[in-house]
Design a protein around this ligand. Structure first.
Ligand code: ADP
Length: 506
């Protein structure tokens, strides 16, 4: 078969001769490789660009193309080509072909048979498309992608729809101590890399997700190459084709061991803190009980001494003795009240609050403390707002606050201080609040920032619980207590109480 005849069967407009010449010009000019063989696969035509690539001058130098195929591709290509020659099936393949310079390039080769009227193959016509550049580009992109997959700071893996592992990235392989190139080794280790306590749960969840197509998301421990288990957060999503069928699963897991350890440490310290707080509360509570009971007990002791002194005087001062005895019985009542309140505290019973006139309450406290005040020769000045509205308070608690603040003020002014003046003031502080202040001319606070710390005291016999307890009592009323040093001398302790709160809000 001549080169011209191979194409002359096609009838186009114009004469056969004209068309044959046109066709020859066309295939000669085409940059791709075009060829024809006889029915046995021997070349009958090779276009100029193919001749040039193979470096041959004429057809006689070339029997078929198979001997030019790269040795690695040869057997598969030869088998396929023989199969096509035998059956007439279209030939399609991608193989490397050696050029005149001895270098191989990738080609996509396609050959189709021509049939005669008796359904016999008369010839094969084909085309080789050079895809070396595409292949090189693909290779570069694949390399880049696999680099990316390996460099991602997470562990990546891929599963088939039935759950067989087909890929893990380098980071994951290094973590597990696997040979990443040996995919078949992956499956065998997958069962042994999970912590024994997690393996069953992971298996159940993964099986469920593979069956349902639901996203997989779990925490589990993986065995690192050095034998240590580390907590991981794993996720996997299915990749579906156009029809919605799952074709692959892609998974990602990242190491959360440090996070898990940090959370555990945080939980442990929170537990310790809770225990410590409990212990502190207990000691604070016992101190506060002691503190609250100590005050009336000290008063009882002082009054009983005073009582016996008045009665054993000559002549006995029965009236003063009787007043001292009355105070003793009042103080005993105060102790009973304290105990009742502590019991109520444990039963979570709020104390009944009553509407009180704070000015009157202050006078009551001053008369309760009259002996103590007289013994220290302290001058008490009061500036009580006559228009002060009544407030809803726990009578005993407010009494205790005032006793504490007055006693602290007196104690801050030592006997060498010629001024020894204590001023108690009440006032409105805005429409909804009253403010009560106790101002002394004593030493002032040496460390005002620490006075609310439980057990902070500068006194040899102090307990350091007075101010913290006062503040918590004021706050339980919805008020606020603060301390400050006066500009010239002494200190002021003041607190607010809200006016007119409905009983249920207090
Ligand atoms: P305590 O009276 O047992 O010391 P407090 O809580 O009442 O406990 O007071 C704590 C500390 O605050 C006192 O030890 C004292 O140093 C200081 N303080 C309290 N009130 C005054 C005040 N009016 N002037 C100066 N310092 C005071």
């Amino acid at each position: 078969m001549s080169e011209g005849k191979a194409l002359s069967k096609v009838d186009q407009s114009g004469s056969d001769r004209d068309f044959a010449a046109l066709a020859r010009d066309l295939v000669d000019a085409l940059p791709g490789h075009l060829w024809s063989t006889d029915s046995g696969g021997r070349f009958t035509y090779i276009n100029p660009s193919m001749r040039e690539y193979f470096g041959v001058g004429s057809l006689t130098e070339e029997s078929d193309w198979l001997w030019r195929v790269h040795p690695d591709d040869h057997d598969a290509a030869a088998a396929k080509w023989r199969h096509s020659l035998h059956t007439g099936e279209i030939f399609k393949g991608e193989h490397r072909l050696r050029g005149a310079d001895g270098e191989y390039r990738w080609f996509r080769i396609e050959g189709r048979p021509s049939w005669d009227t008796y359904h016999r193959i008369t010839a094969w016509h084909g085309q080789n498309v050079d895809m070396e550049d595409q292949k090189a580009e693909l290779k570069a992109r694949t390399l880049e992608l696999s680099l990316l997959v390996d460099m991602v700071p997470s562990h990546l893996w891929r599963l088939t729809p039935d759950g067989t592992t087909t890929l893990v990235n380098k980071r994951m392989a290094d973590f597990l101590g696997l040979d990443v190139s040996n995919v078949s080794s992956l499956e065998s280790v997958m069962d042994t890399i999970f912590h024994p306590d997690d393996v069953e749960a992971v298996g159940v969840e993964l099986t469920r997700c593979l069956a349902s197509g639901d996203r997989f998301s779990m925490r589990y421990r993986l065995l690192r190459a050095d034998g240590a288990y580390r907590w991981m957060s794993g996720r996997a999503e299915p990749l579906r084709d156009q029809d919605g069928n799952i074709v692959q699963w892609f998974g990602l897991c990242h190491d959360i061991e440090d996070q898990v350890q940090a959370t555990a440490a945080l939980r442990r310290s929170a537990e310790k803190l809770a225990q410590a707080t409990q212990a502190a509360n207990l000691s604070q509570l016992s101190a506060s009980i002691a503190h609250e009971i100590n005050q009336p007990l000290a008063a009882i002791a002082a009054d009983s001494e005073a009582c016996s002194r008045w009665l054993s005087a000559d002549p006995p001062n029965v009236e003063r003795g009787r007043r001292a005895a009355e105070r003793i019985s009042e103080d005993v009542g105060a102790v009973t009240d304290v105990i009742a309140r502590i019991r109520a505290l444990f039963q979570h019973k709020p104390q009944a609050r009553t509407v009180e006139d704070i000015n009157q309450l202050i006078n009551e406290v001053l008369s309760l403390m009259s002996d103590e005040i007289a013994a220290t020769t302290t001058r008490i000045d009061t500036e009580l707002d006559p228009a002060l509205p009544q407030v809803l308070v726990d009578h005993i608690q407010v009494q205790q606050i005032l006793v504490n603040l007055i006693r602290n003020g007196i104690q801050a002014m030592d006997s060498t201080n010629p001024l020894r003046k204590l001023r108690i003031k009440t006032d409105r502080d805005g429409p909804n609040t009253v403010v009560i202040s106790v101002e002394d001319s004593g030493s002032g606070f040496s460390d005002p920032d620490r006075v609310f710390e439980p057990f902070f005291t500068t006194k040899s016999a102090g307990m350091g619980m007075g101010l913290p307890i006062c503040r918590s009592m004021v706050e339980s009323h919805g008020g606020h207590l603060w301390v400050k040093n006066n500009e010239t001398v002494g200190a002021t302790v003041a607190f607010t109480l809200p006016i007119g709160l409905p009983a249920e809000q207090v």
